[in-house]
Design a protein around this ligand. Structure first.
Ligand code: FE2
Length: 196
């Protein structure tokens, strides 16, 4: 299997002012490309070759194979990350299945606040998540290239809190980035499509 960099589903300048074209150019063209290139070096000829990216994430974590966790994990995470954003996204208006899950976890304001806190509380690089675990919504955070697949859950929304995702636009203000991201960029339709 060869991993490949997916095209962005929008123009580089589509997410401004919340995420700039400069950020997307570096993040997509340089950082994500580097994860793809490393995955293509690491996986061929190993037990992971030919398996789905989801299965590779789970098996690599069980195997404690850090290079595969980092690079295949980040390829999975970023492939969804581009789709988890759209121009004019965010806010509390969401499709039915995800709206129901959010209501069951305490409502939009609580889920928004818990998600932002998860992102703020992730020490160093990592991700904040909404994930399905045993049929219920959960707020999670993971370090570096890990994702909820590696922890027995299915990710349905993830926000990249590596500095490469916000430093150009927000400098060190990760909380401001998380708030702007959740309120203005989340593509709830893609989240809904992952609820199943
Ligand atoms: Fe990233």
């Amino acid at each position: 299997m060869t991993f490949s960099l997916p095209s962005l589903p929008y123009a580089y300048d589509a997410l401004g002012p919340y995420m700039s074209a400069e950020t997307l150019e570096y993040h997509h063209d340089k950082h994500h490309q580097a994860y793809v290139d490393m995955a293509n070096k690491l996986v061929p000829g190993t037990k992971y070759e030919g398996k789905s990216i989801e299965d590779i994430c789970k098996e690599a974590f069980a195997d404690k194979n850090q290079p595969i966790i980092n690079n295949v994990g980040q390829h999975f995470n970023h492939t969804h990350f581009w789709q988890w954003m759209k121009k004019g996204g965010g806010g509390s208006k969401m499709p039915g299945k995800v709206e129901k899950l959010v209501a069951e976890l305490g409502g939009y304001d609580k889920v928004r606040s818990d998600f932002i806190e998860a992102g703020k509380g992730q020490f160093g690089s990592g991700w904040a998540w909404l994930a399905l675990k045993d049929g219920k919504l959960a707020v999670m955070k993971t370090p570096n290239g890990e994702n909820p697949l590696m922890h027995g859950a299915t990710p349905i929304l993830g926000c990249d809190v590596w500095e490469h995702s916000y430093y150009i636009d927000y400098r060190n203000a990760r909380p401001k980035y998380l708030e702007a991201w959740f309120d203005n960029l989340v593509n709830w339709e893609h989240v809904e499509s992952l609820v199943g």
